[in-house]
Design a protein around this ligand. Sequence first.
Ligand SMILES: [Zn+2]
Length: 238
Amino acid sequence: MDLKIIFVLFVICFNNICAASVLILVGPPGSGKGHISQALRDGYGFNHISAGDLLRRAVDEKVCGYEDIELKIKAGIPVENKVMHNLLKTQIERCINNGSRIIIDGFGGQSKEDVPFLYELLRINNLVVSAKTLYLVSSDDRCMERMGNRVICSVCARVYGRQMLQREGCSVCGGKLSVRSGDDPNTAKRRLERYNQVMKDNYGLYKQYISYAEFNVDDDYSIDDIATIFNIKDYNAK
Ligand SMILES: [Zn+2]
């Protein structure tokens, strides 16, 4: 075989092995997971699965047991593992069947069962090798500050600064912007405390199970920095 062809095949195989097809963003509430996921979705063609959006959609669509989900979102306490895990499993399998690359955002800081569940889900779908976890590091004060200053589009879930409430709506889809019920200061504080408690155990589990990197979001950074960590710089947006 021609050496040039062998080299091209090698590059294709190398990129397929090393590039992440499943990105798992872990970080405290208010660390900017949604913002980072949106940028990677828009710029790199990933499918964005947000644990919070799955729950909010379940409430909007009035699925079985939605009243309980709604109460727990408002109180800032996690829903039952079975509920969250089923929603996530269904959505991940849908993306896998479509052949899409996936960002999983906001899953893994609610329960000690989250990481083993996610690992098993990736394993049975042969995705462990191409999965990477990015752990976002941020102080509680900065997280509270971000949560106190953000609004979300009710249609596409884009996140904006609170000054956008003065305007008509989402600049991408025109959807209504509102403050998340889990972002009021008391609920936000409870969510942070819960996250810090659960991550004492889950932090080690992530390191043990899935390829792992840390990233401090309190310093200045660009989305390209994160894309570099995930080795997804070479992909083009869909
Ligand atoms: Zn929108």
